[in-house]
Ligand binder design. Structure first.
Ligand SMILES: [Zn+2]
Length: 469
């Protein structure tokens, strides 16, 4: 009898403990990642306690679906227990594959965020190439009680607001939409843009069905100027987030390299994922797994770019397209990529998405690649010519529209248009890399993700929510 009472007593205690698990603070490790094509070096900038508590799911601290080039692991030094891990990709990770990395050494600022520990921890940063195992590239010990852990409230001149609130940040995916290049008089425009982008995201499956698993927040730092930098057309603007086009020499690639400002400004809201809106109309954007996505706000294709780049940032999806030029290099040896939606494997028994392939679907799967390629390479030439001649953005938008119509018509004729199979051409490579379906938002300018991409997105949602285990 006494025994039973004790058991009941203990189980009540454990329920109470889990219900009242206090929300930890958010710790951020800021560091410099320096190197070139042959070597890399890490150095600590500072350890920060962000003003907002940890927004992640305390029941799911270990990354079970690593999708990036890197993973970091946080361990309690005393017990050796793994407390937290998260996979991500970085701008440095792309830059080191560009031609510039064989000529110069550069430094990029990066951050790792995780629930603030009470006791000393060891952080291990690991890297991988293609599907090879992760290996350690940096290790550092952090004492959370050291006086140099920076707890200052960062200065912020701007506005923070909720766009869509569905519950406690700990059990929701917290998406933060930030604005750059919105002058003080353009605040109302930012609000309209945020709503438009958020609506576009939740109109696309699987985000549509999982909308209640998300909170959406917005942060707008005040900018003295309107628009963002575009060096290829001689436009330079000092904006709060320092977004700019022409990253790695690619005119449409828009990122910010000012990670410190980005992190300081973002820390004013709860967030796990970020998309930055540039108050500009030239087509462009970018998306890095676990860092942020970017898009131009004032273009006919803004909503499409917002959702496409979010696919990279949120679920680590690869580009399925291959006819437009990019600065970084794909594997010349056709190594198997770690991204869930592209492959070099042509064996139907071991294929990443083998469970979704029907017996009657041929592997590789037939599609009119010849007609697509012929049209697409011509269209890419026209696209480059429009930029070279500095023609109005409306000319570019019209070309995209005409191209989309050609693709819809061509793809509609294929018997296997709805099948999951193995379609050649993906990952910036015309032959040897494959995608799972004929079309997807990661391939052309359509609104839908393919089944494989949708599944990958759902897995990420599950890692931040308690909807499914
Ligand atoms: Zn896809």
């Amino acid at each position: 009898m006494k025994h039973n009472v004790l058991i009941i007593f203990f189980s009540i205690l454990s329920i109470a403990a889990s219900a009242e698990q206090p929300t930890p603070k958010t710790m951020r490790i800021d560091y410099f990642h320096t190197g070139n094509a042959t070597q890399e070096l890490f150095s600590l900038d500072e350890v920060v306690i962000e003003p907002k508590p940890w927004a992640g799911n305390l029941n799911k601290q270990i990354d079970t679906i690593p999708r990036g080039k890197y993973i970091f692991e946080v361990r309690d030094i005393e017990s050796g227990k793994l407390l937290f891990s998260r996979s991500f990709s970085s701008i440095y990770g792309e830059w080191e594959t560009t031609g510039e990395a064989s000529k110069v050494t550069r430094t990029f600022h990066e951050s790792l965020r995780f629930p603030a520990p009470k006791k000393p921890i060891e952080i291990q940063l690991k890297k991988r190439t293609y599907v090879k195992p992760f290996h350690e590239i940096w290790k550092i010990e952090i004492d959370p009680n050291h006086m140099f852990v920076n707890k200052a409230q960062p200065q912020f001149d701007g506005e923070v607001f909720a766009v869509m609130e569905n519950g406690d940040p700990a059990n929701k995916v917290d998406l933060l939409i930030m604005g750059d290049g919105y002058s003080v008089g353009e605040k109302a425009k930012f609000k309209t843009d945020v709503k438009r982008m958020s609506d576009a995201l939740f109109a696309a499956e699987p985000f549509k069905s999982r909308q209640s698993d998300f909170n959406v927040w917005a942060v707008l730092p005040n900018s003295q100027v309107s628009g963002v930098s575009r060096p290829s057309t001689g436009v330079y603007k000092d904006t709060p987030l320092q977004l700019r086009y022409d990253i790695f020499g690619s005119e449409r690639y828009m990122l910010t390299l000012d990670n410190k400002s980005f992190r300081q400004i973002a820390s004013n809201a709860p967030y796990e994922f970020v998309e930055i809106l540039a108050n500009t109309k030239t087509y462009g954007g970018g998306g890095i797994y676990g860092l942020y996505g970017t898009t131009m706000a004032n273009n006919d294709w803004s909503e499409y770019v917002f959702v496409h780049e979010f696919g990279h940032h949120f679920a680590g999806l690869a580009d399925e397209y291959y006819t437009s030029p990019v600065a970084y290099s794909a594997s010349p040896k056709l190594d198997e990529p770690y991204e869930p939606n592209v492959t070099a494997n042509t064996d139907r028994n071991t294929l990443k998405w083998k469970d979704q392939v029907k017996k009657e679907t041929p592997i590789p799967t037939t599609w009119d690649k010849k007609a697509f390629d012929e049209h697409s390479y011509k269209y890419q030439k026209k696209r480059a010519e429009i930029r070279k001649q500095k023609l109005p953005e409306s000319v570019m938008s019209a070309l995209f529209q005409e191209n989309a119509e050609f693709e819809t018509n061509l793809f509609g004729k294929n018997k296997y248009r709805n099948d999951i199979g193995l379609f050649e051409g993906a990952n910036y490579t015309a032959t040897g890399y494959y995608r799972s379906q004929q079309n997807c938002i990661m391939f052309t300018r359509i609104e839908d993700f393919c089944h494989v991409c949708s599944h990958a997105i759902e897995e990420t949602i599950d890692m931040y929510t308690d909807t499914k285990n």
